[in-house]
Structures are given as C-alpha cells and as structure tokens.
Design a protein around this ligand. Structure first.
Ligand code: ZN
Length: 484
C-alpha cells in the first residue's frame, strides 16, 4: 500500500500539484462504556480504516477521503480536482512553511492494549465502581471508560514517511444529589496522567476507589453547605478547574487560525491580534505558558503532527508577555505575510485532524503553565487573607473572542486569614481574560502540578473532536468577582 501511495503522490505532482500528502489509517478503533445507576447504558465499539489526501495546486487546497481502498487513484484524482476548482476562487494563495523530510516511527506508551481486554473485565470494573458510588445522598451515579487506538501512516511529496501508533484511555466517575431546596450538585473524577504509560494498566481499581469515596464525601458536604457569597476575593484554582481556565482563555485564544479569523463562523475568534506578539502583557510576571507536545504520556503528545512536523515544546507566554501561538505550516506563512514581518519562525507542529476524513487544523497540544515558586497549596492558602479555593468544572461560558469568561465549579472552600474554613455551594467566578491573568499573584510549585486530560475539545466545520492535555499548577488570582 505504501508503494501505491507513493506512486500516486508522484503522479499528482507530475500533473502540476506543488504539494501532496496522504494520511493512511490501516485502522482506527474506539470503545466506549457507560454505567448509569448500576445499568450498562452504553457499550459501543467502532472500527474504521481509510485514507485522506491533500493536494495543493496554484495556492489552493483540495481534499478527498475514502474508506474504499480498491481504487486509491480515484481518491487522489478527486483531491486534485477539488484543488483545481478551489484555485479558481483563491483569495490568499496558500504557502507552506519549510520543514525537514522525516522518516520516523512514534508509538504512544501503552503496556496492555485495551482492545485486547475482554468486555467482561471492563463491565466488572464499572460495576465495582458503581457499587462504591452507591452511597447515601447520591441520586445519580455514572462510571465511564473510553478507549481509542489508531495507526496512521503519513507520506508526502517532500519525502516524509511517518508511522504512528496511538492509544488513548479515558475514564471517570460522577455523582450528583440534591440539597434541601431541591437543587442538584455534582462532583466528578477524571483519570489523568499517572506514571509514564497508558493503556488498560492505567485503569487502576484502587486509585478509582479512593477517588469514588472522595467525590461522594465532597458532593454530600456541598449539599449541606451555605451559598457562595457575592463579593471580590482571591481565587485559588485547583487543577480540576485551572485546566479549563487555561484551555479556554489561553489555548483557544492562541490558535493561529482563530487569530486570523478562520473560526469566526463557528466557535469564534480571538481578541489576540498579530500586533500583540512580543508586546502584549497577557499575564503577570508569574505566568509562563507553553505548548509542549513532548510531554510523555498525554493525549497532547503525538510525535509528529499531520503536516509531518515533529512535536515541539514552544513558549506561548514568557513571564507574562505573549510570544507564541499554536500553529501549522500554512497559517504561519499567512500570518507573517499579513503582518509584513516574520512573527513566526516555521510551524510549531500543532496541525492535527481528528480522523482520516477530516483536514488538519491548528489544535492544542499540551497547553501547560510552568510551576512557580509560591510553594504548596497549603503555603498559598496560608498566605491568603480572604480567598476561596475552587475545584471541578461545572459550567462555563466564554466570550466568542475569549475576552471574558464565567465559570461555575463543583466545590469550593472559603479561606479566612490563611485558613480554609467552610465549604460553600454553587460557587462561580468571572473576569476579563487579560485583566484576570494579570492578577495572577501565586503559582504553586511542582507538588501542585498535574497533567489533566481533555477528551472532547471541539473545533472546526465540520466539527472535529480532539484529545489533548494541560499540565498545570495551583494558581491564585486577586480581586476576582465570585458568586454571581
Ligand atoms: Zn476546546
């Protein structure tokens, strides 16, 4: 098959294409299970294979994909025809940033292939977790598992040949119950980075059980708590909400296609402009953020992106100053041309497609915040006069240009004179993105830093769901409006 693909790439190049690439998926499989109040609500599995082809002709892209491998020449022809039609309407000719031709293999860490584990073992695990969650005060309880495994062979007209085998494992628990007024409260646990391997071995019953006990206890405490006050306080965000703050107001805001206006019709734009790179004070000096696709064991680490560019560790915000973006080969060239100066020096290796029948677009890798020098969570609480510790994403609402936000969290504890006092219910906080990050007054050390997984980041038209990660410490922000 590889030789056939290479022949087709040469053939289309011979017809005048300036660039051709092919992503061949020998297989891509998923398996999802959901247990709800003791009943197996979902046990679905899918397996697909196929190829997706991009052709660049006279500055325009053409794309075609098929799961029928019997006549791949026809798929290449269709991609070329699409590029030819698009070339008649092109407004800004596509150019691709330089890259090296690479021959490489990438395998994500996995000891036990979850697709070789019997269904009965998976259901038994969910059943055991369901029993742990079946406690007084809990009205709704779920336990879920999702497994993904795919092989991708990438070949292009510049001589790249990259093979990837990627396994993803997601899992979690959720409980909800009502308070005396009939209002529902929820607490969840999601499996995140543990050690340096993924696969079935990360489904550790002991670890899940400990977290099952904790979330039931915290949900029941929240049901009995007083309402969150409406006032300004220092907000201390634990990784269970800090990851989403980072995702929505740094990650999405710094996708270069969004900055250039390509997502306006769908998920919105960004308040960031090309003029801001190198000058915008995005946050306080305590904020250093990076896109690190070299982290071991995270869905945001994939070896090589779908332009064939190697994974990189790139600074986005350096001590508060905006310095980088999430980029692919096409957008960096367009941004440099539109800015009439070289802002970006090549692709950052973040162009990814969710499957073979979608085109790659700029996607977050692992959008991380560097650990700081303000000690442990206990140290940060001790140094906070009037604050609130928050954790768990409950709901979120973000301005279409990511300029403002409002988050509700699952749990919160008030902090008075350096001590965590009581829990409050229905905690919320809100702010203006740049002002909020500039109020960052404490960043926890390595002991507070965790890698959280995101399995459902949506972007693009048609929609593409992508998996990624966020390595984040505990952070404190001052003078934040809470409770409304
Ligand atoms: Zn997202």
């Amino acid at each position: 098959m590889r030789d056939q693909i290479k022949q087709q790439i040469e053939r289309i190049k011979g017809m005048g294409a300036t660039y051709v690439d092919c992503r061949w998926y020998p297989f891509e499989e998923t398996n999802s299970l959901l247990m709800w109040n003791g009943n197996l609500k979902d046990a679905s599995a899918s397996r697909e294979s196929g190829l997706g082809i991009r052709v660049l002709y006279k500055g325009a892209w053409g794309f075609a994909a098929s799961s029928d491998m019997s006549d791949i020449a026809a798929v290449f022809d269709k991609a070329f025809d699409n590029a030819r039609s698009a070339a008649e309407r092109v407004t800004f000719p596509v150019r691709l940033a330089e890259k090296d031709a690479i021959q490489a293999v990438f395998t994500s860490p996995c000891k036990v292939n979850p697709f070789e584990v019997p269904l009965a073992d998976k259901v038994a695990f969910l059943k055991a977790m369901d029993e742990k969650l079946n406690q007084k005060g809990v009205e709704q309880r779920t336990a879920d598992l999702t497994f993904m495994r795919k092989q991708i062979v990438f070949l292009d007209s510049e001589g790249s040949e990259i093979e990837k085998l990627i396994t993803e494992v997601f899992g979690g628990l959720r409980v909800s119950g009502r308070d005396e007024q009939g209002m529902s409260h929820e607490r969840k646990f999601r499996l995140n980075q543990r050690g340096n391997s993924r696969g079935w071995e990360s489904i550790d019953a002991g670890f899940f059980s400990q977290n099952a006990e904790r979330i039931v206890k915290e949900m029941n405490e929240t049901r009995a708590a007083e309402p969150c006050p409406k006032e300004d306080r220092s907000v201390i965000l634990l990784p269970g909400i800090m990851y989403l703050q980072t995702h929505e107001t740094i990650g999405h805001a710094l996708e270069l296609d969004r900055i250039l206006g390509y997502e306006l019709a769908f998920a919105g734009g960004s308040f960031v402009t090309l003029k801001d790179f190198g000058t915008l004070r995005y946050g306080s000096e305590k904020l250093t953020a990076r896109a690190d696709a070299t982290l071991t064991n995270s869905p945001g680490s994939f070896g090589y992106d779908d332009d064939g560019v190697p994974a990189q560790d790139n600074l986005l915000i350096d001590k508060g100053i905006l310095v980088g973006a999430i980029t692919g080969r096409q957008m960096v060239e367009e941004a440099n041309a539109k800015a009439r100066k070289q802002i970006f020096d090549g692709s950052s290796g973040a162009n990814r497609a969710t499957t073979f029948y979608r085109v790659p677009i700029e996607r977050m890798t692992n959008i991380n915040i560097d650990p700081g020098t303000d000690g442990t969570l206990e140290d940060i609480v001790r140094n906070t006069e009037r604050g609130i510790v928050m954790d768990g994403d409950k709901s979120w609402s973000i301005g279409s240009n990511r300029e403002q936000f409002h988050f509700a969290t699952e749990v919160a504890w008030l902090v008075e004179d350096g001590r965590m006092t009581k829990m409050v219910k229905n905690p919320t906080y809100k702010g203006d993105t740049v002002k909020f990050w500039n109020s960052l007054s404490a960043v926890g050390d390595r002991s507070t830093w965790e890698v959280r997984y995101v399995d459902n980041c949506g972007k693009g038209q048609p929609n593409q769901i992508m998996q990624l990660g966020h390595g984040i410490p505990v952070c404190r922000f001052d003078n934040v409006r809470i409770g409304e």
